[in-house]
Design a protein around this ligand. Structure first.
Ligand code: GDP
Ligand code: MG
Length: 702
């Protein structure tokens, strides 16, 4: 009875595959109410009735014939790794289009179970199915499901185990493509058998068909000179029988088959048009108001990230402050040992300084995931398409760019949904301009230091807007130089609006929070320790050796200025200081001194390190009032113009280490990764210098 069953989840984009995957396996993969979120295979395990199910979530696809790299991952998996059971996830509010893939899976002979997902919405819209006759006609079990509520999942798993147990040679579904095409398909099948013996028997007809459909994958794997010759001859004969393009006639026959099926077994409500979704769309995607509404919404989102998050951030701050204070009190050798400085300044100061911004990040993601889940973001993509196509960017690029607000790494992976290399590379190169959540920590530190409370939300909004505008402009330049060519058409479908599910929003927030904490506990912790050591050593010989090891500044509040001066001298003498001084002439034109410079170097490891490093440089352990104290020191030392320049440079320049690595992997070349790194850094340098110099000339913010 104990069996291992491999299961693949396949279906159209946005049909709820990942939702069902998460429900079955308890994972927390990203779910979004728009196509193109899942671009890689994801694996998970679940035991059901003593069987071990190994489940793979696949990127979405409309057709078994792949066009973009992510679709190719999916179709290769379905054709080559022969999963024991394929679960076809069907958005049953859009049955005919979704069945197009399911029918192909049956033609391929995959052991299939269909999940009619979104059945709650279908019921709400008054769509009715005759499941028995659909199931009989397609020769597959069908289960109604509601992915995010878990309804029907038990039955679905029962059906999966059942199909796997039957374990018979699965008879492929036969769709009749008309005498002319059928004759030629049979002919090719024969040639293929002669030339390629090991092809699975039930896939023969399907592979022959796919050659006529121009499937690049099948052409690669089952073609040979003999097959090619036979195919050319067959195409010639078909042309003489007025079938100029067999692909078109196969597609339309397949659709005819599906509409025949649905005509009998599906009852559509009378008036499908004019539902809630399309009424809302009249306003939200309006020609004139659409974009202002979108930017207004984003404005609210950023306002929210400050007003809701800051009170919570203050609590966390207090907690770290208390922790640092307790440690100092309890430390056996008093307030001066280097080890204590490491713990209090380096670790609590550095890592704590970063964790403080967790609420800002969680709030931003709450807002974004509400917009995503409701279906609004897909409209935003649609609206932005008009702007972006002017820049030669593909509308589908909006999704990777949107993901870029989270982190550039998954965003760059999401460019796999783009069909042409041109579109893909342009998008990949500009994605880091979409401000990621790590930069949000820099903004969240610097903005309140220099902006009055009521300007903080708007300030943040402006930073994100600058990023978007730059991304579109740079893309425009790339499209008219390196990647010339017509943009391909935008075909994203608009999903229907739905109530965001609290569970999916909470999971999203939690997984973001967890990623952030994990990063704080690993990369940022490590880098903070190294940076602390580089700031604390070598020791300045002239300073009183008995006190103040490291850049620690626990002078008890009385002689702060003397202590500050001593600290600065030590820092100047340390490795960090020396690196900073070497850099200083280079960054002076942007208004930066060597302290900012060293923090910017650390930020290459991870953008959050900038904040940790500032805290270490100014050695404000959390016990001294944390980020508020740090902001005070920044305010005292730099004019607002420099504050803005820090924001600008952090936004544009030097994508982090992880971004460089992922661009190298996805573009398969160091050249593109370095080109992006150098290009963005140069852009950041030039723009920041211009802003600083012009600002100084005009006397703004100095
Ligand atoms: P995928 O692209 O196929 O992986 O689709 P996702 O799993 O990312 O889901 C797309 C959207 O549909 C998300 O907003 C889900 O919350 C939502 N969703 C998934 N299943 C259902 C369902 O059964 N009913 C409703 N109403 N929404 C669903
Ligand atoms: Mg998905």
């Amino acid at each position: 009875m104990n069996k291992r069953i491999t299961v693949a989840l396949a279906g159209n984009p946005n049909s709820g595959k990942t939702t069902i995957f998460n429900t079955i396996t308890g994972s927390r993969q990203h779910v979004g109410n728009y196509p193109g979120v899942t671009v890689e295979r994801k694996e998970g395990v679940r035991t059901h009735k003593g069987n071990q199910l190994r489940i793979t979530d696949l990127p979405g696809m409309y057709d078994l014939t792949p066009e973009s790299p992510d679709e190719r991952v999916a179709s290769e998996h379905l054709v080559m790794s022969n999963p024991d059971v394929v679960v076809g996830i069907i958005d049953c509010t859009n049955l005919e289009r979704n069945l197009y893939l399911a029918v192909q899976l049956r033609e391929l002979g995959s052991p299939l179970v269909l999940a009619f997902n979104m059945s709650d919405q279908a019921a709400e819209q008054g769509i009715k199915f005759d499941l028995d006759s659909l199931s009989a006609a397609l020769g597959v079990p069908i289960v109604l499901t509601v992915g995010h509520k878990g309804a029907g999942i038990g039955e679905l798993l029962d059906a999966v185990v059942d199909v796997a147990r039957r374990n018979d040679e699965h008879r492929a579904l036969f769709v009749d493509y008309g005498d002319h095409v059928e004759d030629e398909v049979a002919g090719i099948e024969e040639v293929m058998v002669k030339n390629n013996g090991h092809m699975p028997k039930h896939q023969r007809r399907w592979r022959a068909l796919k050659l006529f459909e121009n499937d690049p994958f099948v052409i690669e794997t089952s073609s040979s000179p003999e097959v090619d010759a036979a195919l050319q001859a067959a195409l010639e004969r078909l042309r003489s029988k007025t079938i100029a393009d067999p692909m078109v006639s196969i597609t339309s026959r397949r659709y005819d088959f599906i509409s025949g099926l649905c005509g009998e077994a599906v009852v559509m409500p009378e008036a499908r048009q004019g539902g809630r979704s399309s009424r809302a769309d009249k306003i939200l995607t309006h020609n004139l108001f659409g974009l202002p509404i979108f930017f207004g919404m984003m404005f609210l989102v950023f306002q929210l990230t400050f007003t809701l998050a800051n009170p919570i951030a203050d609590r966390i701050e207090l907690l770290f402050g208390w922790l640092g204070g307790q440690l100092i009190l309890l430390w056996p050798s008093g307030a001066s040992s280097p080890l204590m400085s490491l713990v209090v300044d380096g670790i609590i100061g550095g890592v704590g300084g970063v964790i403080v911004f967790l609420p800002n990040i969680v709030m931003l993601f709450m807002a974004i995931s509400i917009l995503e889940d409701s279906g609004y973001m897909a409209r935003a993509a649609f609206l932005m398409d008009r702007l972006m196509s002017k820049a030669g960017l593909h509308g589908k690029s909006f999704i990777p760019m949107l993901l870029g607000f989270g982190c550039s790494v998954p965003a760059i992976m999401a460019t796999r949904t783009l069909d042409t290399r041109r579109d893909r590379f342009t998008t990949m190169l500009v994605v880091p301009l979409m401000s990621c959540s790590a930069r949000l920590t820099i903004f969240a530190l610097i903005i309140p230091a220099f902006f009055a409370p009521k300007w903080q939300g708007p300030g943040l909004w402006i930073m994100y807007l600058i990023g978007i505008v730059l991304a579109i402009s740079v893309a425009n330049i790339l499209r008219s130089t390196l990647f010339k060519g017509e943009p391909s058409a935008f075909l994203m479908e608009l999903p229907s609006y739905r109530m965001p599910s609290p569970r999916s929003i909470l999971t999203h927030m939690w997984s973001r929070a967890w990623l952030y904490l994990r990063k704080a506990g690993t990369v940022i912790l490590g880098v903070s320790i190294v940076l602390w050591a580089m700031a604390a050593f070598p020791r300045h010989p002239g300073l009183d050796a008995g006190t103040a090891a490291g850049p620690s500044a626990f002078a008890g509040g009385t002689e702060v200025t003397a202590e500050d001066a001593r600290q600065t001298e030590q820092l100047s003498y340390s490795i960090v200081g020396r690196i900073g001084h070497v850099m200083e002439p280079l960054i002076r034109p942007m208004g930066f001194d060597w302290k900012i410079g060293t923090a910017l170097v650390g930020a290459f490891a991870a953008k959050e390190v900038f904040v940790a490093q500032m805290a270490i440089v100014y050695s404000v352990g959390e016990s001294e009032g944390g980020s508020e104290a740090l902001r005070g020191k920044l305010r005292a030392e730099y004019p607002p113009l420099v504050g803005f320049c820090i924001l600008l440079f952090a936004l544009i320049a030097t994508p982090c280490m992880a971004t460089v690595a992922i661009v190298r992997r996805e573009s398969n070349s160091w050249n593109w990764a370095l080109f992006q790194f150098g290009g963005l850094t140069a852009l950041g340098y030039v723009l920041t210098t211009a802003v600083y110099q012009i600002g100084r000339l005009l006397g703004i913010g100095i």
